[in-house]
Design a protein around this ligand. Structure first.
Ligand code: NAD
Length: 325
């Protein structure tokens, strides 16, 4: 199905990318590696306040950690916790010998200065690359950790390319990679990872849409990554035939009967008629994201023991195939 660069000819319906299967592979690798760390790997998650989505995410990470044999410490502070209390809790987690990686869940309560909280995370344990030092290393092309959501998008792309007989270390060369959304946690790091793979990267965002020029760019894309938080923003007619579309958006919508369900930023039904491959929501990038946080906690534990694995997905995808079930 896939032929790069994507063409302008109509193609038959594309492939649905199975994020759950890729996540199972990654969990297999994480479990094997966690078992080989002499002093164990551990993840701490800190939730401040009562954001429901963040709390669900915290429970998912805890469950995944138990599955993978990674120690898990789940911490919660009330919404009115002071900066000193939050920084004190981070320092307490830092001295816990079981904990190799930590994650401060967002959103933080508006009363807390996010930058000062994120600066308190020890950079060697900062599995989401939230500390400015790690964000800087990523921007320079020498990452210590890849943040989980953009890493999950590229793991899916790399892994799919490998299945199509392409070498992901070379397959992006000169392709048009369009990223919709430019947030610090998703869109911007995804652009950096695309540049590192020698793609021609175009960053589109709200102002692109307001100028009514979004589809001009999306129609050029050999690869399209969408992280805008706008339900079904991208439809099939905005896509280049044969392209690969990675949908990062997670949006809760209510139907006429009042029941709520999750949809992505891509209108899957029309997209799959045009694209070569599309990741669904749910069941796409999300499950890989959860496993990636644990992967980074294990990576941090391996480094504590003097092993220096490279953090990028490119060095991992071949190994992952051996965990396919
Ligand atoms: P954000 O609100 O921080 O950023 C949204 C970005 O989209 C901004 O750069 C904005 O300019 C752009 N945008 C907004 N409206 C647009 C439009 N009409 N056209 C083009 N661009 C537009 O959001 P975020 O944290 O980057 O998250 C984006 C989406 O990804 C959300 O749905 C979020 O739930 C989801 N998400 C999923 C995961 C996962 O694990 N799968 C992780 C993080 C975020």
């Amino acid at each position: 199905m896939l032929s790069f660069p994507a063409g302008d000819e109509a193609v038959s319906a594309g492939v649905t990318l199975d994020g759950r299967a890729y996540a199972r592979e990654l969990m297999g690798a994480v479990t094997a590696r966690a078992g080989a760390v002499e002093h164990g790997a551990g993840i701490a998650t800190l939730l401040v306040g009562d954001d429901v989505t963040a709390s669900i995410y915290q429970r998912r990470i805890d469950r995944g950690a138990r599955e993978a044999g990674v120690a898990s410490r789940v911490e919660h502070l009330p919404a009115d916790a002071s900066l000193g209390q939050v920084v004190g809790k981070i320092a307490e987690l830092d001295v816990d010998p079981e904990i190799s990686g930590m994650l401060v869940l967002r959103p933080l309560p508006a009363s807390l200065p996010e930058t000062r909280v994120l600066r308190a995370i020890p950079p060697e344990k900062d599995v989401e690359a939230q500390h400015p030092e790690n964000a800087g290393l990523l921007a320079l092309g020498t990452p210590r950790f890849l943040p989980s959501t953009p890493a999950a998008a590229f793991l899916m792309l790399d892994r799919y390319m490998l299945d199509q007989g392409m070498n992901p270390a070379l397959a992006y060369d000169g392709l048009d990679l369009v990223i919709v959304g430019r947030s610090n946690n998703v869109g911007k790091p995804a652009a950096i990872l695309g540049l590192a793979r020698n793609a021609t990267v175009i960053s589109a965002h709200k102002h692109t849409a307001d100028a009514d020029r979004l589809d001009e760019h999306t129609r050029l894309a050999d690869i399209l990554i969408v992280a805008a938080g706008v339900p079904r923003l991208i439809t099939g007619e905005m896509l280049r035939p044969g392209s690969i579309v990675i949908d990062i958006g997670i949006n809760a919508i209510s139907d006429a009967r009042g029941s709520t369900r999750l949809v992505g930023d891509v209108d899957f039904d029309s997209a799959i008629e045009v694209a070569g491959a599309v990741s669904p929501v749910p069941g796409g990038v999300g499950p890989i994201t959860d496993a990636w946080v644990l992967h980074n906690a294990v990576l941090a534990a391996e480094r504590r023991e003097g092993r220096h694995d490279r953090p990028d997905t490119l060095h991992l995808v071949d190994e992952l195939r051996s965990f396919a079930r």
